[in-house]
Design a protein around this ligand. Structure first.
Ligand code: SF4
Ligand code: SF4
Length: 301
């Protein structure tokens, strides 16, 4: 029987999660709670109902199947989350996807069938598959299973990870992954705990081991205004990067992402806004130049 995993989404045709055209498999569940995260629907490994009131046409189908948790009037709809078992019946009958179920148990035969559909695009564009999340390496057995199958067919593989997992999980997928995108969020451990819920000791140890064990790693740093963009923060990043092994190919700075706000509404959580604007290209370029000079690795943004 094939391995199964909690999957929140499979997105085909992505151009942003590695080289070429890619299929991105989003695993559900993460051990960190980064306060700027733009995929909060992947925090929990449990199934959840996503609710987007702006898509509602007040048809009343949800309240007909589950009056305990839904009321729908002529121009208003409410969803009472407390006590919802995420059975998905309301999402099944919602005609506009205002209600949707996030987090399916999928077997890897099914996931692989979805990946295989775009083989011709991967070949033409030098693309492949990217395992993301959430933290895909919390479900390392499933990632290893499917990445091994991709290897057999010559489909390129990448992982996007925050590395907050036991080293054994990383070791399990190592032989089958062509490219690692490894997050580095905050250099100061106490500040890391303050903004992500965990200190960074395990992450830094894993990054060090990975940089010695694999030769194609891109370190990604999300730059969050007022959180990790001071001269001290950059010096902290540079100190860590200088201490790593030869496997780090590049460092990539990412702009602050404000696209997650509606997702927080959809899962009934509060979004924290760190800035009203994203950084300009010039601001990012200046950070890149500074970091590159201090860490000695190529930096892009
Ligand atoms: S998921 Fe099930 S329990 Fe929750 S609101 Fe919908 S129908 Fe009711
Ligand atoms: S089923 Fe969907 S569209 Fe209809 S009232 Fe409920 S949330 Fe709105």
């Amino acid at each position: 029987m094939s391995v199964s995993a909690k999957i929140s989404n499979i997105a085909r045709g992505s151009l942003h999660d590695g080289p070429g055209i890619r299929t991105v498999v989003y695993f559900k569940g993460c051990g960190l709670r980064c306060r700027w995260c733009h995929n909060p629907e992947t925090f929990s490994q449990k199934r959840e109902i996503l609710f987007s009131p702006t898509k509602c046409i007040f048809c009343g189908a949800c309240s007909a199947v589950c009056p305990e948790h839904h009321t729908a009037g002529e121009n208003a709809v409410t969803f009472l989350r407390d006590g919802c078992t995420a059975c998905g019946r309301c999402a099944d009958v919602c005609p506009t996807l205002a209600l949707s179920l996030c987090g399916e148990d999928m077997d890897m035969d099914t996931v692989f069938a979805a990946i295989e559909k775009d083989r011709t695009y991967y070949t033409a564009s030098h693309g492949g598959v990217t395992f993301s999340g959430g933290e895909c390496l919390l479900q390392a057995e499933a990632v290893a299973d499917i990445a091994c199958r991709c290897r057999t067919l010559g489909i390129s593989t990448a992982v996007e990870t925050a590395l907050f997992v036991p080293w054994e999980n990383i070791e399990q997928v190592l032989p089958y992954i062509d490219l690692f995108y490894a997050d580095l969020k905050i250099a100061n451990s106490e500040k890391h705990r303050q903004y992500t819920g965990q200190d960074n000791a395990l992450i830094l140890e894993n990054l060090r081991c990975l940089s010695l064990a694999h030769s194609n790693i891109i370190v990604r740093i999300p730059i969050i205004p007022g959180v990790n963009d001071t001269a001290d923060d950059l010096e902290g990043f540079a100190r860590i990067l200088r201490s790593l092994g030869p496997g780090i190919r590049q460092v990539e700075l990412l702009k602050y992402n404000i696209l997650g706000a509606s997702k927080y509404d959809a899962i009934g959580k509060t979004w924290v806004r760190f800035s009203d604007t994203i950084q300009s290209d010039e601001e990012m370029h200046a950070l890149c130049i500074t970091l590159e000079a201090r860490c000695g690795l190529p930096c892009i943004c």
